[in-house]
Design a protein around this ligand. Structure first.
Ligand SMILES: Cc1cc2nc3c(=O)[nH]c(=O)nc-3n(C[C@H](O)[C@H](O)[C@H](O)COP(=O)(O)O)c2cc1C
Length: 294
């Protein structure tokens, strides 16, 4: 079974590509696209986009429309999710908190696949923890990203989110989101999953996926996300306590622009001079922690 949430349809296309070889091999794959009771209208407005930040970061779930599962148990469950504000999107977090989902993943092999801009590490750690807490057996992870430069994808994805158009902004910027070739290439990971599913042995799946570059951790992004995670948590806690959130959410928006375009490059330069050269071992261990499923 493959279960996921998507607004633009991108995750639906990815799930189709990933499961294509499995379906072609004659294995029945049930696909479930979850919907929210109060859905997040797509495209977003700027204000609504930032308004979900506190609940995302603080992990406040929302109500999912009832969904039906055909079976009582599955050989494999694939969960497709996307990061929002360095956290699992509210629909994905709501799924992880859903009693029916928690029951069905218990003692079951699970593969996670995310499709974000490029900052998915913290969301993955939280998804992994929720799955483990529910007694699922996480056997594989795939992380798809927008491979363009960090400031570029920030602009193009924001353009996509507030217009709903996954096309070239001003005919000048690259296409936002996960590239079509990368979505198509996901079927190669599907072949690998099929191989393990056929023999019901998941032992080396993640190392094979890593060899196929299904997950890549880039140091500068890991560095920025590590810093941003702590700062987002402070903002989220602060804003959640305000009666009138609007001015603070607006302040957060400006903070984010300045932090990304000014703060991050400065911090990266300072880090490259004073910290990174002396931290090779720590950095390697940190990267490993994001590449592994346990
Ligand atoms: C509110 C919001 C916040 C987002 N924050 C992040 C983020 O922190 N990191 C990231 O890599 N992508 C982020 N994205 C991009 C999403 O992960 C995802 O790629 C995009 O929403 C398309 O997913 P979908 O159409 O399948 O739902 C964000 C998107 C939204 C709507």
């Amino acid at each position: 079974m493959a279960i996921y949430y998507t607004q633009s349809g991108q995750m639906g296309d990815i799930i189709d590509s990933l499961t294509a070889p499995i379906i072609a091999a004659g294995i029945k794959v049930e696909k479930v696209a979850i919907k929210m009771v109060n859905d997040y209208a797509f495209p977003w407005t700027g204000t609504r986009f930032f308004s979900v930040m506190p609940d995302c970061v603080l992990g406040v779930p929302a109500e999912i429309k009832p969904f039906e599962l055909k079976e009582k148990a599955y050989d494999l469950i694939i969960m497709g999710y996307q990061p929002w504000f360095l956290s699992p999107s509210i629909p994905s977090n709501s799924l992880l908190n859903h009693p029916e989902f928690k029951a069905i993943i218990k003692d079951t092999p699970v593969i996670t696949i995310s499709a974000g801009r490029n900052m998915w590490l913290n969301a993955f750690v939280r998804v992994r923890k929720s799955l483990q807490d529910a007694g699922a057996r996480l056997v594989g992870n795939i992380a798809l990203v927008d491979k363009h430069l960090n400031p570029i994808s920030f602009i193009t994805i924001f353009y996509w989110m507030i217009t709903g158009k996954k096309d070239k902004y001003l005919n000048l910027f690259p296409k936002p989101g996960v590239a079509d070739e990368d979505i198509d290439h996901t079927k190669v990971f599907g072949d690998t999953v099929l191989k393990h599913l056929s023999v019901n042995n998941w032992n080396d799946l993640q190392s094979e996926l890593l060899e196929q570059k299904a997950v890549i951790v880039k140091y500068p992004l890991m560095f920025i996300e590590g810093k941003a995670k702590v700062i987002f948590a402070a903002w989220a806690k602060f804003i959640a306590k305000r009666k009138n959130r609007a001015p603070w959410l607006s302040a957060f928006k400006y903070y984010l622009f300045i932090a990304l375009f000014l703060g991050a490059p400065v911090l990266l330069i300072l880090d490259a001079i004073f910290i990174k050269p002396f931290s090779a071992k720590r950095i390697r261990a940190k990267k490993q922690s994001y590449l592994q499923v346990i």
